[in-house]
Design a protein around this ligand. Structure first.
Ligand code: URQ
Ligand code: ZN
Ligand code: ZN
Length: 498
C-alpha cells in the first residue's frame, strides 16, 4: 500500500524535499543550513543534511531561505463603494506566491446590521479557492448585544483573534467612539487584539464637502480632504481608548508622521500598540495626484492617501526604530474603468491599490538594498512579526522543526522591472509600473508544495487552508495586554464633597 497521501487538490502529500546549500534567514538569525521538509512540515534545519531516498532536492546555493511572507492586510473580492475589488482569493493568493508571500489575512466586513457569523461564513466560502493559506480579521461595523455575543463565538470557536474598526468611511462602515469602547472591551475580555483604520471620518466628510464646493472634483481633491492631521488625531484617539480599556491595538496602514508619533507615545507609555505601514507608502509620494493624466492620478486613490516625501522619511525611521513592526499592502485592486466611477467626483473613486506580488521585492530593494534593514529585519517585517502579533508563530513566520513548510528561496541578485504587463494581478495597471528592483522570490513553497519556481506560477486552486488564530489565553494575556491605565477605585477616587 503506497504511503503517499493525496490532498484535495490531487497533490501528492508525502513528498520529501531537501533545500540545500542556502543561507537560512529568520527574524532572529542568519545561518548556513539545509532544510528538510516531509509533507507539509519542516523536520530538520542543519548543515550537511542527507537527502532521503526519493526526496526532491532544491539547490539554494547563493540564495537565502526565508519564511514565506505573511501579508496581514488584504481585501480580495471585497464589495466596496458600489463595486468589487478585482482580485479574488485565487488570483490574489497566486500574486502572493509569485512574490514570496505564503499567507494572507483578509477582512470579513459585515454590512451594518449584518450578522458577524453570517459574514464569516461568506468569506470562508469565497476563500475556498485560495492557493496559499489565509485567515480573516472580523470588522465591527455596528453594535448590539448580538455583535458582542458573536465576537465571543468567533474568538472561541473559529480562530478569529483580531477585530477591525473603521474610524473613516462615514455613512458606510465607520463606527463612533461609543462602539469602539464597547467592542474594545469585548475584545479585551475574550483575549483578542483590536485593529483600526485611523482617520477621523467626520473631518474627512466635512472637508470633502468643502473641497467639492470649491469646484475641486478631480483626484487631487482626495489627499486634500484627508491630511496627516486627520490620521494623527484618530490614531491618537484609538491609542487612548485602547489604553484606558486595556486592550492591545494594531494600527493599520500608518502613512504619516503624526500617526506614527501617536503609536510611539503609546509604546513609551507601556501600551501594547503595533504599527503597520504599507510598502507603497514607503516609496510613493503625493506627487502622483498631480499627474495630468486623470487615470494615473485616480489609480493612486486610496486611504490614507500617498503623502509628501517627509512622511516616507518618517516611516522608514519608524520601521528601522521599531515603531512600525509590520509592512503589508492593503491589496484592494480596482481597474481603471472602476476608478472611473469617480470621473466627475473624487469621492466616488473606489479607494484601494495593489502590491501583494511586489511587496517583498520592493521592501528588499529599498530596505535591505539601501542598508536600512538587515535580512533578518526584513523577515521580521514581512513575516515573523505578523505571525507573533496574530498568534500563529511558530506554525507560521519562521523556519523551525515543526513549522509549516511555508518557505521562499530568495534570490538577492535577481533584478527586474515591475509592470502590469508581467504581474499576476487581474488589475490593468500597477502603481509600481517601471520600478526597477533587485531581490526576488526564486521558489515559493506553501506547506511543502512548490507554487512558484523561477518565473513559473502553478497555482493550485483549493490548496490553501484556513488558519485558526487562537486568542491570547490567560497565560499569555499578561504579556499581550498591558493595562497601563487602571480605572480608579472608589477609595482612590477623591469624592468631591460640595
Ligand atoms: O480602507 C481600507 O483598508 C480598504 C477599504 C482598502 N482601501 C483603501 O483605500 N485603503
Ligand atoms: Zn483602511
Ligand atoms: Zn484595508
Amino acid at each position: 500500500m503506497s504511503d503517499t497521501k493525496i490532498d484535495r487538490t490531487g497533490k501528492r502529500l508525502n513528498e520529501t524535499t531537501l533545500i540545500r546549500g542556502g543561507t537560512v534567514v529568520t527574524a532572529d538569525n542568519t545561518v548556513r543550513a539545509d532544510v528538510l521538509i516531509a509533507g507539509e512540515k519542516v523536520i530538520a534545519v542543519a548543515e550537511s543534511l542527507q537527502a532521503p531516498v526519493g526526496a526532491r532536492t532544491i539547490d539554494a546555493g547563493g540564495a537565502y531561505v526565508m519564511p514565506g511572507g505573511i501579508d496581514p492586510h488584504v481585501h480580495m473580492e471585497l464589495p466596496f463603494m458600489g463595486t468589487v475589488s478585482v482580485d479574488d482569493f485565487l488570483s490574489g493568493t497566486a500574486c502572493a506566491a509569485a512574490g514570496g508571500t505564503t499567507m494572507i489575512i483578509d477582512f470579513a466586513i459585515p454590512a451594518p446590521g449584518q450578522s458577524l457569523l453570517e459574514t464569516y461564513a461568506i468569506w470562508r466560502e469565497r476563500a475556498r479557492k485560495a492557493t496559499t493559506d489565509y485567515s480573516f480579521h472580523m470588522a465591527i461595523t455596528w453594535w448590539s448585544p448580538e455583535v458582542a455575543e458573536e465576537m465571543t463565538i468567533l474568538a472561541r470557536e473559529h480562530g478569529v483573534n483580531s477585530f477591525k474598526h473603521f474610524m473613516a468611511y462615514k455613512n458606510a462602515i465607520m463606527v463612533d467612539d461609543a462602539t469602539l469602547i464597547e467592542s474594545f472591551t469585548r475584545a479585551r475580555d475574550v483575549g483578542a487584539i483590536c485593529m483600526v483604520h485611523a482617520e477621523n471620518g467626520d473631518l474627512v466628510f466635512r472637508m470633502q464637502q468643502e473641497i467639492v464646493a470649491r469646484g475641486i472634483v478631480g483626484p487631487e481633491g482626495h489627499p486634500l480632504s484627508r491630511p496627516p492631521e486627520v490620521e494623527g488625531e484618530a490614531a491618537n484617539r484609538a491609542c487612548q481608548i485602547a489604553g484606558i480599556v486595556g486592550v492591545p491595538l494594531y494600527i493599520v496602514h500608518t502613512s504619516c508622521r503624526p500617526a506614527m508619533e501617536a503609536i510611539a507615545r503609546a509604546k513609551l507609555a507601556g501600551q501594547r500598540v503595533f504599527g503597520e505601514s504599507l510598502v507603497q507608502h514607503l516609496v510613493i509620494d503625493d506627487s502622483v495626484y498631480r499627474d495630468t493624466d486623470w487615470r494615473r492620478a485616480a489609480h493612486h486613490v486610496m486611504s490614507p492617501p500617498f503623502r509628501a516625501p517627509e512622511h516616507q522619511t518618517a516611516l522608514w525611521g519608524g520601521l528601522q526604530g521599531g515603531t512600525i513592526e509590520v509592512i503589508g499592502t492593503d491589496h484592494c485592486t480596482f481597474r481603471t474603468d472602476q476608478k472611473a466611477m469617480g470621473a466627475t467626483d473624487f469621492r466616488k473613486i473606489p479607494n484601494g491599490t495593489g502590491g501583494l506580488e511586489e511587496r517583498m521585492s520592493v521592501l528588499w530593494h529599498h530596505g535591505v538594498g539601501s542598508g536600512r534593514l538587515t535580512p533578518s529585519e526584513f523577515v521580521a517585517a514581512t513575516s515573523t512579526n505578523a505571525a507573533r502579533i496574530f498568534n500563529v508563530h511558530p506554525k507560521k513566520g519562521t523556519i523551525a522543526v515543526g513549522s509549516d513548510a511555508d518557505i521562499v528561496v530568495w534570490d538577492p541578485d535577481a533584478t527586474r522591472t515591475l509592470s502590469a504587463r508581467s504581474h499576476h494581478s487581474r488589475n490593468d495597471f500597477s502603481i509600481f509600473e517601471g520600478m526597477r528592483v533587485t531581490g526576488a522570490a526564486a521558489i515559493t513553497l506553501s506547506r511543502g508544495t512548490v507554487l512558484w519556481e523561477n518565473g513559473r506560477l502553478t497555482p493550485l486552486e483549493g490548496h490553501g487552508c484556513y488558519v485558526h488564530r487562537p486568542c491570547f489565553g490567560d497565560t499569555t494575556r499578561s504579556q499581550a495586554i498591558r493595562n497601563t491605565f487602571t480605572m480608579p477605585t472608589a477609595v482612590e477616587r477623591q469624592e468631591f464633597v460640595p
